[in-house]
Design a protein around this ligand. Structure first.
Ligand SMILES: Cc1cc2nc3c(=O)[nH]c(=O)nc-3n(C[C@H](O)[C@H](O)[C@H](O)COP(=O)(O)O)c2cc1C
Length: 159
């Protein structure tokens, strides 16, 4: 039987991260998403665990770190997905230490630009013809990242 995979994500209301994870796993079997807050801490039946968040004040949401603390990640392959205003992929490895402390292996991550979703900035951006959602091409790349992950491309990564 195929093993199960899950992406745990936080939705701070802007919707970019939710959009990214939903699109990335669309039509995939055995891939679930779990929005925080969540009481689901038994993840023993999953082999890949993803953590997805927007970047707030130069880091993942604290909700992600708090949830990692509650998990037993022994032997789990862990990855991250982010959307951030600055599109800096350096953020993808920020939870690596937290993951390793709980026994998980960090195998990589995906990052893309997430336009400001704070209502005032979103409105100004809209007025000036700017992006108000994640670019379609970035959503495609997110899907490619998940396909590569499923093909085992990152399994032996030592990030
Ligand atoms: C309060 C707040 C703080 C943010 N801080 C940063 C930051 O430090 N660096 C950055 O690149 N983007 C920052 N952003 C932009 C978000 O990371 C980006 O818009 C992201 O896509 C939001 O995801 P969400 O819609 O799932 O909440 C911030 C956005 C908000 C609302």
């Amino acid at each position: 039987m195929d093993s199960k995979k899950v992406i745990i994500f936080c939705n701070k209301g802007g919707g970019n991260t939710k959009n990214l994870v939903e699109e990335s796993i669309k039509n995939l079997k055995n891939f679930e998403i779990e929005m925080l807050p969540s009481n689901k801490t038994d993840i023993s039946s999953y082999d890949y665990i993803g953590f997805a968040s927007g970047i707030y004040y130069m880091d993942f949401s604290k909700d992600i770190y708090d949830h990692i603390e509650k998990l037993n990640l022994d032997g789990k392959k862990c990855f991250t997905m982010i959307s951030s205003g600055a599109n800096l992929s350096k953020f993808i490895s920020y939870p690596k230490n937290a993951i390793e402390k709980k026994g998980g292996k960090f195998i990589g991550g995906f990052g893309c630009k997430g336009p400001q979703t704070f209502f005032l900035f979103k409105w100004i951006s809209y007025l000036f013809g700017g992006a108000t959602t994640i670019d379609k091409k970035d959503l495609e790349k997110g899907k490619e990242f998940i396909n590569d992950l499923l093909a085992g491309k990152f399994d032996n990564n030592n990030n």
